[in-house]
Ligand binder design. Structure first.
Ligand SMILES: [Zn+2]
Length: 449
């Protein structure tokens, strides 16, 4: 076993000294929000208490935001007091399991916890077991996973092992990874901190109180086990001060936490929805084009264009077509796909917060609306209404099956579109898989469905 780079009995760096560091000026704040970006939070802890110390606030915020939380406990922490005259390793393991369950019941009641019971102090010899267990959870959430793990450079060999495993798993599935320092706040100096990769997650007063209450549940670590030598407190008041901050620090080496889920999807796969290869998508594209009123459109807008496959198909029918996507990778692909089509322009923007100037006689909302929250959908439909020319058309196409992690579905989207746009139905098609509607006036020749 490798020994830690620090001794917890040494006097560590004070919290006041940390907070005075100029490094914080370059630390960007981050958020955890349900839906776009985060479908689930997976927290890996080397020992019971790591999760609360390093990520207790994140766990509580995720739970409050409706983000499902899963906690993987690598060891039972049975080696915390190797010279204890009053507690055996087995007793310590049992005690710490109870403590972490109580702490998590405060942070995220009902969250999923799994104890792997790998040997405390020897995680580096069990990385493959840890990787298998973690991989199963992260694979289910895929790019919608935010994974939190001890920092690889935290100076404790078990933390380093857990961090290495987390980094491998995050890379494999395109998940975001935030590494939380614990012991580094005790031993590190400014030059040990990768400030440009450090992000801060602000904790409001209520969240901080929950975190402090959860920390107090780790009795065996924040209090002496007894008054006898070998039973001393592990996490003394100076160490605990680092975890009373109104924020938590996470090192985001790959910079993915700030990325939208759409950027993660497009970076992980060239064609994340198989719009080029799938027969279903090809058929849907044809149905979409057939649903449009005959004739040409002067100026069309397609938000959420992904890699530009529908854009290229629409281009034939439009004198001018503007398509946008919030993923930089998608925009590059869409530009390449439409490079030979001079009437098409592709820009990187996030609707509905951004909306183009001018008006349109066609707005195509294909497979984007249900990715928004209720407020975002309302805003998008209001923008659509105000930028639609008189006599213009809006096309809506949405996957009908429920999608994990999203609040909206096709039925709600189409209902809201009718309520807000108040346009006649020009065309409608509903299959087991999708709802396709074109809203706007029927053609003069009466050919509407
Ligand atoms: Zn630990």
């Amino acid at each position: 076993m490798t020994t830690p780079v620090f001794n917890h009995r040494d006097t560590g760096r004070s919290e006041a000294d940390w907070l005075a560091s100029p490094g914080w000026q370059q630390v960007r704040p981050i958020r955890l929000s349900a839906g776009v970006g985060t479908r689930g939070l997976v927290v890996i802890a080397a020992h019971p208490d790591d999760e609360t110390l390093g990520a207790g606030g994140a766990i509580a915020l995720a739970h409050a935001a409706g983000i499902p939380v899963q906690v993987l406990m690598a060891t039972d922490g049975e080696a915390s007091h190797p010279e204890s005259p009053t507690r055996s390793r087995r007793e310590l393991a049992q005690l710490r399991e109870v403590e972490v369950r109580r702490a998590l019941s405060l942070l995220a009641p009902g969250c999923e916890v799994r104890h792997l019971r790998l040997p405390d102090g020897q995680l580096a010899d069990h990385e493959s077991e840890l990787q298998d267990a973690l991989g199963k959870w992260v694979a289910e959430l895929d790019v919608g996973c935010v994974l939190l793990a001890p920092w690889r450079e935290d100076g404790h060999p078990d933390h380093a092992a857990a961090g290495r495993v987390a980094a491998r798993v995050a890379r494999e599935y395109g998940a975001a990874l935030g590494e939380y320092p614990i012991w580094a706040w005790h031993w590190a100096r400014d030059e040990d901190v990768p400030w440009s990769q450090l992000r801060s997650l602000p904790l409001d007063d209520a969240t901080l109180l929950i975190k402090q209450a959860a920390l107090a549940e780790h009795h065996s670590q924040v209090n002496p086990l007894s008054s006898q030598p070998g039973d001393e407190t592990l996490l003394g008041p100076e160490m605990l001060e680092h975890f009373d901050r109104p924020f938590e620090g996470f090192i985001d080496v790959s910079g993915r936490w700030d990325e939208s889920i759409f950027e993660r999807l497009h970076s992980a796969a060239v064609d994340p929805w198989s719009v080029r290869s799938s027969a279903y998508e090809r058929r849907k594209r044809k149905q979409t084009l057939d649903a449009l009123p005959t004739g040409r459109f002067e100026r069309a807008f397609e938000p959420g264009c992904s890699i530009g496959e529908l854009t290229a198909a629409l281009a034939d029918r439009c004198d001018e077509l503007l398509a946008v996507d919030l993923s930089a990778t998608a925009v590059r692909a869409a530009r390449a796909r439409t490079a030979a089509l001079p009437t098409v322009s592709i820009e990187q923007h996030a609707v509905p917060d951004w909306w183009p100037a001018g008006d349109f006689d066609l707005i195509v909302l294909s497979e984007i609306c249900y990715f928004l929250d209720v407020q975002g959908l309302r805003q998008l439909l209001l923008e659509t209404r105000s930028s639609l020319r008189s006599g213009g058309h809006v096309l809506l196409c949405d996957w009908r099956h429920p999608i994990d992690g999203w609040a909206l579905d096709a039925a709600r989207v189409h209902r809201a579109a009718h309520e807000i746009l108040r346009l006649p139905t020009h065309f409608t098609l509903s299959t087991d898989d999708m709802m396709l509607e074109v809203l706007g006036p029927a053609p003069v020749d009466g050919g509407a469905v």
